[in-house]
Design a protein around this ligand. Structure first.
Ligand code: HEM
Ligand code: HEM
Length: 227
């Protein structure tokens, strides 16, 4: 069958840019010294990515939408059983179990980004909302900022292992379609095009919102706050 578009370009860019950014973000916090400024800016960018993908999950093309792949436990179980059967045909979009990766990543990275806004490295770098909450709540957010990343690593490791298992055990290559967007499907199952104009407008709106959130909205600390 002819190769036709299934994964839109914004979804694919979101995926690969997020993957690279999360690795870089870890390096800027844990390995590279004096990279906190960069960590903050990349953190804002990642928060923007997450907001974009959340909204794209409602207004994007068919297979980017949550309602095309979020499923209940029943559908997940019957999918898992079907993998072993001879009649197994892989779904065009995310499968009911793999579809869990998106909400999981969105939630964990959102926690990471939002708690970052309230975190400090207790030297010179504090998130723009650090001074707006009580010490106890700030401590909790900072703790969450440290812990959430470990969960994220676990899910990412499982995700990559599963994708490789599909590739080498089931002989089903999911990686290539995530790169070029195409799968061998009939015309009625293809998305046609990536809805780029809509994506660019959404990107601009999200960028303006992020600028407001980190540059305009944070209240200025009292003069004696740091003394
Ligand atoms: C930091 C690393 C990574 C993160 C956070 C991540 C996250 C995600 C998310 C959220 C999705 C759903 C995409 C969407 O609907 O927008 C996804 C799908 C996918 N990812 Fe990753 N990913 C990572 C690394 C990788 C790597 C290294 C590979 C390749 C080996 C990979 C291969 C895939 C594939 C093939 C899919 C589509 C699965 C399907 O067909 O249902 N990912 N990933
Ligand atoms: C959204 C993606 C983000 C990721 C993946 C991320 C990841 C991390 C990681 C892995 C650490 C090291 C934690 C540890 O030492 O155990 C860290 C530290 C830190 N992050 Fe983030 N971060 C993000 C966003 C942000 C944002 C938006 C800010 C602030 C505006 C921020 C501020 C900080 C600060 C101040 C520290 C140092 C805390 C300390 O030294 O105790 N992060 N981040």
């Amino acid at each position: 069958m002819q190769q036709r578009l299934v994964w839109d370009l914004p979804l694919r860019l979101f995926h690969w840019i997020l993957a690279v950014c999360l690795v870089v973000q870890w390096f800027t916090a844990e390995v590279i010294e004096d990279a906190m400024d960069f960590h903050f800016y990349l953190g804002y960018f990642i928060l923007g990515l997450i907001i974009f993908r959340l909204i794209w999950g409602f207004i994007g093309p068919k297979y980017a939408r949550f309602n095309s792949f979020l499923a209940g436990p029943k559908a997940m179980l019957s999918y898992l059983k079907s993998i072993k059967s001879d009649k197994y045909t892989p779904p065009v979009g995310h499968n009911p179990v793999g579809g869990l990766m998106l909400p999981l990543v969105l939630i964990l990275v959102a926690i990471q980004g939002v708690t970052g806004l309230f975190s400090t490295n207790e030297i010179v770098h504090s998130g723009p909302y650090y001074h707006t909450i009580s010490d106890a709540l700030q401590g909790t957010f900072q703790w969450l900022h440290h812990q959430t990343f470990s969960f994220l690593w676990i899910f990412i490791a499982v995700h990559i292992a599963v994708v490789l298992w599909y590739r080498f055990s089931l002989k089903h290559n999911l990686i290539r379609p995530m790169l070029h967007g195409k799968k061998p499907v009939s015309a009625e199952h293809s998305i046609g095009h990536s809805q780029l104009l809509k994506a660019v407008i959404l990107m601009i709106i999200v960028a303006i919102f992020m600028y407001w959130l980190v540059e305009v909205a944070p209240p200025i600390p009292e003069d004696d706050f740091y003394y």
